[in-house]
Design a protein around this ligand. Structure first.
Ligand code: CDP
Length: 215
């Protein structure tokens, strides 16, 4: 089977950064599954579809015209790499990600990224649902304050105003929604490795993942 490394974890646990670097180191493809939820959110917002309108959100997701060109994400041929990162998009994505029908529609899209020489992917349910037969499954965590500080740094670097207390509150809310929907990944699959990144540098975590894969 084509190798897959899954990195699941809560908002701002660093899974995107780590997954991207691990993919680079191995020369594997990379899928940020959160971006698919964010793209559906963006498309829905553009069409003024309310987050409560499940049928229209799902219909939108079915015909979503997405392409990944170089390092950019395109929706209907327009580069939306920056727009999808906006907090409002993440908020909206977190709400609609509750719909099992939407998750179902996105399954095949995600599985299609499994191509040679391999795939590194990050999300919430990559190891438990999307790629249950993954080669290596990792669950990344970090405490909420540390995650808020990381998210804050990212936003400030992009010139976006942010406030740590608000970020902590918003991360906790998202964790809450995610945990209601997804059973603890460690409960779900015995084969998931828990990696607490609090206090570790990006390089340290990347190296740890690479050595787990090599084992
Ligand atoms: O890390 P953050 O929540 O800020 O963003 P993300 O990873 O880009 O994901 C956006 C939202 O999509 C999350 O809040 C999750 O609720 C949802 N999501 C999901 O349900 N399943 C995935 N595999 C990935 C993301």
């Amino acid at each position: 089977a084509i190798p897959v490394i899954t990195l699941d974890g809560p908002s701002a646990s660093g899974k995107g950064t780590i997954a991207h670097l691990v993919a680079q180191a191995l020369g594997f493809h990379y899928l940020d599954s959160g971006v698919l939820y964010r793209l559906v959110a963006l498309a829905a917002m553009k069409h003024a579809i309310a987050a409560e309108d499940e049928p229209n959100i799902v219909a939108m997701a079915r015909c979503l015209n997405v392409s990944f060109v170089d390092a950019t994400v395109q929706l209907d041929g327009v580069d939306v790499s920056e727009a999808v990162r906006a907090e409002i998009c993440g908020e909206y994505a977190s709400r609609i990600a509750q719909y099992p029908t939407l998750r179902e529609v996105l399954l095949d899209r995600q599985r299609n990224f499994r191509e040679l020489p391999g795939l590194v992917t990050d999300g919430r349910d990559m190891g438990s649902v999307v790629f249950p037969d993954a080669t290596l499954k990792i669950y990344l965590t970090a405490d909420a304050e540390e995650r808020a500080r990381r998210r804050y740094k990212q936003l400030i670097e992009k010139g976006i105003n942010a406030n740590i207390a608000d970020l902590v509150a918003s991360l906790r809310e998202r964790d809450e929604r995610d945990s209601k929907r997804l059973a603890s990944p460690l409960q779900q699959c015995e084969d998931t490795h828990l990696l607490d990144t609090t206090g570790f540098s990006i390089d340290q975590v990347v190296n740890q993942v690479l050595s787990m894969y090599a084992d």
